[in-house]
Write a protein that binds this ligand. Structure first.
Ligand SMILES: C[C@@H](Nc1nc2c(c3cc(-c4cn[nH]c4)ccc13)C(=O)N=C/C2=C\CC1CC1)C(C)(C)C
Length: 321
């Protein structure tokens, strides 16, 4: 059942003259579609304008028959459940409503006019320490919120970190997220959807993007909140170095480097950032830094988190030379 937020009501009068108010959902006709903003493996994200309010959104369109053919229905449901659980945080892309027509599913989401962090990083080459602290802090704050809502992203990378018009972070692409049991859900584990074998089978088959995947996902096929911290360490390294720590000619060679922790820092890499990265890129997830450890680390000394962080003006992008 498509539970998009009803956005209006219309009067309906039945044969006996009884009036009922029916919720009216938005549909494709309510939007003017513009250019393609990005293309995922099973979706295309368009710029779209709401014809009534003239507000601009990103609309993610998924083709039903492609999803069914590729057996990705579970991913679509996981993404929608995840987006519906992650509602009030400035660092997470917001889902306003969903609707469908005979061919496709539509998600109406925040428009992030700054595009992907990866694109901005490529243009700048590298980020200086101040920019790395600001974007690192916003990504960490969003990770903290996700984990507090029982969500592991599992595929964090600069392509999935978007930027809004104030150049603030918006994390996206939750199709590969793992929903831990909702701590507020009173039902016993066996009765909650997504906790059954299907999740293990999905977990077993899923591996994120090679450069950012954690060693435990490669060796034990298990992901935990620590897997997102591993990806965080890779992102901090990449903002300052201009390239990810583990990169080889093939995916297999990249995986080998990861499980052997084979990487080194370029000369001149800032010492405090180096120490932080080294405490995130730890093979044993139990020994890896947690969000709390990272917030207290000297690299983030004096950095605010929480509400003040999201009121800060984004620093001008300057390369780390
Ligand atoms: C990572 C994603 N790319 C993108 N996903 C979204 C964008 C987005 C915007 C630009 C952009 C804007 N201006 N210039 C470029 C470039 C890429 C985008 C947006 O505005 N709002 C929600 C999005 C996604 C939400 C949906 C996953 C739930 C892929 C490649 C998977 C399509």
């Amino acid at each position: 059942k498509d539970r998009g937020a009803a956005v209006g009501v219309r009067r309906e009068v039945d044969a006996d003259g009884r009036v009922t108010m029916k919720p009216v959902k938005k549909g494709v006709r309510d939007f003017t579609f513009g250019r393609i903003l990005g293309e995922g493996s099973y979706s295309t994200v368009y710029l779209a304008t709401d014809r009534q309010t003239l507000r601009e959104y990103a609309v993610k369109v998924l083709e039903k028959k492609h999803i069914i053919k590729e057996k990705k229905i579970k991913y679509v449901n996981i993404e929608k459940n995840t987006l519906n659980r992650l509602t009030e945080h400035p660092g997470i892309v917001r889902l306003y409503y969903t609707f469908q027509d005979e061919t496709s599913l539509y998600y109406v989401l925040d428009l992030c006019t700054g595009g992907e962090l990866l694109g901005v990083l490529k243009k700048a080459g590298t980020f200086d320490v101040e920019c790395t602290r600001f974007y690192g802090a916003q990504i960490l704050d969003a990770i903290d919120y996700m984990h507090s809502r029982g969500i592991i992203h599992r595929d964090l990378k600069p392509e999935n970190v978007l930027l809004d018009e104030q150049m603030h972070v918006k994390i996206t692409d939750f199709g590969t997220a793992k929903l831990l049991r909702d701590p507020r859900d009173p039902r016993p584990p066996e009765e909650t959807p997504g906790q059954s074998g299907e999740d293990d089978e999905r977990a077993a088959s899923f591996v994120g993007t090679a450069e950012y995947v954690s060693p435990e996902l490669l060796t034990e096929k298990s992901a935990s909140t620590a897997s997102d911290i591993w990806a965080f360490g890779c992102i901090i390294y990449q903002l300052l170095a201009g390239r990810p720590p583990f990169k080889a000619g093939t995916e297999y060679l990249t995986f080998q480097k990861i499980v052997k922790l084979e990487y080194e820092f370029p000369p001149g890499f800032p010492p405090a950032a180096r120490d932080l990265v080294e405490r995130c890129l730890v093979l044993d997830p139990a020994q890896r830094f947690t969000v709390e450890h990272i917030k207290k680390h000297e690299f983030f000394a004096g950095q605010m988190f929480g509400k003040e962080l999201w009121r800060m003006k984004a620093p001008r992008l300057r390369p780390y030379v």
